[in-house]
Design a binder for this molecule. Structure first.
Ligand code: MG
Length: 455
């Protein structure tokens, strides 16, 4: 596949992120606004999540955009996929102030292209060059931009999702929504209610101090959500990260649904009804490929990062390949009939549709999936490149995939070893049919790389 990863200086896989006042300053965000305005002169939509520093940074990005003559439409507080939906086909670009799943002291900027996707590597590198060179096309006093406030545009997003599921399919279902005090407070309870569900909300008041739980929707953080699911008799609980492009689930027994299993279930549901290609990074659990193939669909792997998934989906469609679904094994799922970005609100609605069409409990569906065991680890080292080179020589007979790092297929297992582009660490994932095989493969890899770590 032609979509390749390129190293950036400032932006990571999903935008710029940093601790407020330390890594991420108003000066930097003004410069990002000026750069974006220089590259995408026209009408730009902006939005933010619920972080306490959001107001400061949204003003900074708008100031930069206005200085370059762009007209700005401020959509207020909303999920990232809502802003992406609004930008798609209606704007010359977008900027979302968010740090996604990071703790409250962080903030960041995600740049959105006119087609609603996050900006790809090549364009982001051009944007970074403008920031570092400070070569902005600033306008004189009589050509600066204008701003309008347009918080009602969030309704377009809610309607786009509910229109996919006519007929009040959630009637009779109790569901728990945990937006984690983030912008999905405005969307997910509404979407599920309009589908006919009876919705009970926890952490449903927007608050950038995140008093109920951290923005990362972890099993630990969702204990209260899980307790509410079992005590209310809900069919599931759904929780989002800080900007609601991801959704994770609690089953009716109060158990956290591992994200690869969630991906596999929704892939099964979609592939059962449509035949085509599912796109996902090389890091996604084997369970997804297995169910996709059982449903006579095929899988296409990409580098790790949702923009590579979204761009590959678009590329395949341009080549007239039927792309039916995409996503990552972290609850970030992409529904191409809706839009080419991860969408937590759409994922929540799709779970209602899945339960309605199968007539089964979520736990029964999970128990019916092929069993896989995943081990994940990260190791601090500056020798990432050296380790990857070594690993390739250690496994000359096994099938190796170098889409991102090195993936080694061995018997009924695989292992993925990747060096981080931003931190001095390597990440190891082992995916196996049994716990014994997983541990054995993991220990074998560590034994090979230990001599480099000890130097
Ligand atoms: Mg996110």
């Amino acid at each position: 596949m032609a979509v390749k990863k390129m190293q950036k200086r400032l932006f990571g896989t999903n935008g710029v992120r940093g601790v407020v006042g330390k890594d991420l300053t108003p000066e930097l965000v003004v410069a990002i606004g000026q750069s974006l305005g220089t590259m995408r002169k026209g009408r730009i939509a902006v939005g933010r999540d619920t972080r306490t520093s959001g107001e400061m940074f949204v003003k900074a990005i708008k100031s930069g955009l206005l200085a370059t003559g762009c007209d700005v439409v401020d959509c207020g507080v909303l999920p990232t996929p809502a802003l992406q939906y609004i930008v798609k086909g209606q704007f010359d670009g977008g900027a979302m102030i968010t740090a996604s799943h990071n703790p409250p002291e962080y903030n960041g900027v995600k740049i959105i292209e006119p087609d609603g996707t996050e900006m790809g590597d090549e364009e982001t590198i051009k944007l970074e060059e403008l920031i570092f060179d400070r070569s902005f096309s600033t306008e004189p006093w009589d050509k600066t931009g204008t701003e309008i406030q347009s918080p009602e545009r969030i309704e377009q997003y809610i309607k786009a999702i509910t229109d996919h599921f006519p007929g009040k399919i959630g009637t009779g279902m109790i569901v728990v929504a945990d937006p984690g005090s983030g912008p999905a407070c405005l969307t997910t309870p509404r979407i599920l209610t309009e589908l006919g569900c009876k919705v009970i909300t926890i952490n449903g008041i927007m608050d950038g101090t995140f008093p109920g739980r951290l923005p990362e929707p972890s099993a630990e953080g969702l204990k209260n959500c899980a307790a509410l699911v079992t005590s209310s008799g809900a069919v599931f609980g759904v929780a989002h990260d800080g900007d609601a492009d991801r959704a994770v689930f609690i089953d009716e027994r109060g158990k956290f649904v591992e994200e690869n299993q969630q991906f596999a279930l929704i892939a099964q549901h979609i592939c059962h009804n449509k035949r085509g290609v599912v796109v996902t990074p090389v890091s996604t659990g084997q369970v997804v490929e297995t169910v996709v193939k059982q449903e006579n669909c095929s899988i296409e792997y990409t580098p790790v990062g949702s923009i590579y998934v979204a761009r590959t989906m678009r590329l395949l469609l341009e080549q007239r390949k039927p792309v039916v679904f995409g996503g990552e094994g972290n609850g970030g799922l992409i529904f191409p009939d809706h839009q080419f970005c991860r969408d937590g609100g759409m994922t929540a609605a799709m779970m209602v549709s899945l339960l309605k069409s199968t007539g089964k409990k979520l736990s029964e569906l999970i128990d019916g999936l092929p069993r896989r065991v995943i081990i994940k680890d990260k190791i601090a080292t500056k020798e990432g490149d050296k380790i990857l080179e070594l690993i390739k020589t250690v496994y000359p007979r096994e099938m190796l995939d170098e889409t991102d790092g090195v993936k080694i297929y061995k018997d009924s297992s695989w292992a993925l070893i990747r060096a981080s582009g931003t931190e001095p660490i390597i990440r190891i994932i082992v995916d196996s049919d049994t716990r014994e095989n997983a541990s054995e493969f993991f220990e074998e890899i560590k034994k090979h790389i230990n001599p480099i770590l000890e130097k």
